[in-house]
Design a protein around this ligand. Sequence first.
Ligand SMILES: Cc1cc2nc3c(=O)[nH]c(=O)nc-3n(C[C@H](O)[C@H](O)[C@H](O)COP(=O)(O)OP(=O)(O)OC[C@H]3O[C@@H](n4cnc5c(N)ncnc54)[C@H](O)[C@@H]3O)c2cc1C
Length: 447
Amino acid sequence: MKKYDLVIIGAGTSGAYLAREIAKRGHSVLVIEKNSRDKTGSKYDIFHIEEREFARLGLPRPVEGDIEWAFEFEKNFIADPRCLYAKLQTNHVVGLHLHEYTLLMNDRAIEAGAQIEYEAEFVSLTFDKAGRINGVKYIQGGEEKTAQARITADCSGITAAARTTLPDGSGIEKYSLGDEDMFYVILRYVKLKNKEDYLDGSTFWANYKAWIAPCADPGGAIIGIGACHSFEYAERMYAEMEKTVPLPEYELVKVEMGRTPYTRNMHSLVADNFIVSGDAGCLTKSVNGEGVTSSIYMLKIAAAAIDRAFKIGDTSKYALWRINREYNSTQGAEFAMLRAMLVGVINAVSFEEFEYVFKSGLISDELLNALTGASVPPKALLKAFGAFVSGIGKKEISKATVKACVNSLKNAAEIMIHYKNYPETPEGFEEWCAKADRLYERIGKIK
Ligand SMILES: Cc1cc2nc3c(=O)[nH]c(=O)nc-3n(C[C@H](O)[C@H](O)[C@H](O)COP(=O)(O)OP(=O)(O)OC[C@H]3O[C@@H](n4cnc5c(N)ncnc54)[C@H](O)[C@@H]3O)c2cc1C
């Protein structure tokens, strides 16, 4: 049996990033990946990374001509249901091929000293005599193998192969995601019929959770939609969207479908000798279900904590707890706050109210740019407040919607404060979870 400091399940972007970070600090790392190398990272083709994230997270930045690079753009329109009053957010986004980028990250992990075994499928966790996790059993080439590890990391994606088999009482929730916890995403890769419709940016329709964005072909586009419940429901929403949104004329080239977690992250991401990250820990953004960089943000914290745990010879949940504390009190708090606001507002606002919000200036270019880090000019805030009050006066916004928006703001503030006060140690964790669950009960789920 081989022994490693760290065994990682899954060589997607999360597993590959963690493998490199730990190997480059001089620790031994094994990654087991159920797919062959030429299938790894091929669950769909194009994904987006905001340009500023490459430097922030220390990620390789492909440029035009590299096989990973597909396109980039800066204009992001956010639009009302009929696309009459679209607002512009400037945010530099890079489109990449997921398979090629995942392999680039795999190769960087190998370069740093990590070992990746492909076509190696996780079977079960293994335990020492005291009942502590001490590695994995996996199948490769029809042969059952065992790898021992001081820490095991589940980066196996949405199915959470190891997290869902944890022993009771580990501290990490072991449930599998249900239909209300995921976004069913359908991507239509299309060829645009008319040159004047060629895209130089993306447009997002929040009420339909749908968008159109560039693809690798400059004469093409990707029309995407995401919805909870099922792919059938997402298709029904797409048909609804087609009734109001003036989409450009297109020919369908191919359709891709996939699921991404659309729910809060696991309350705890660490147990004795174990961590969970990526889609397996539900670390996707609450705004759109994207999860590559949001998981890597958590893994940057985790890599420092794991390195320290190895150095002090303590890999218990106590030693790893700072991952929970640092993640949840920063990005975790921000995502929880945004989730509460979005669920409340999107579930409450009607088609007509959506249109009013855009027409009246309640949402403006300045406010949208503030979401990408620019400061909000007080004038824009005043204008938004004025539009809101006037909307209530003119009955453009119903009392029920006002109530729902006020409640969602209250919920957002309360949950953010709760995450900011995430316990410093495992003591107090159960009470923290009980209050978080009560708050989420109140917040509800997106319809
Ligand atoms: C259609 C669609 C579009 C998206 N677009 C974006 C986007 O534009 N930007 C963005 O940031 N995010 C996007 N996301 C979300 C993003 O794809 C995920 O959040 C991200 O890929 C998660 O990475 P991961 O490494 O955690 O999991 P994965 O990429 O799923 O990797 C998990 C790996 O584990 C392996 N594995 C699974 N089970 C086992 C097992 N039993 N044994 C061994 N190995 C196993 C899998 O084969 C896989 O290679 C999108 C999602 C979908 C569905």
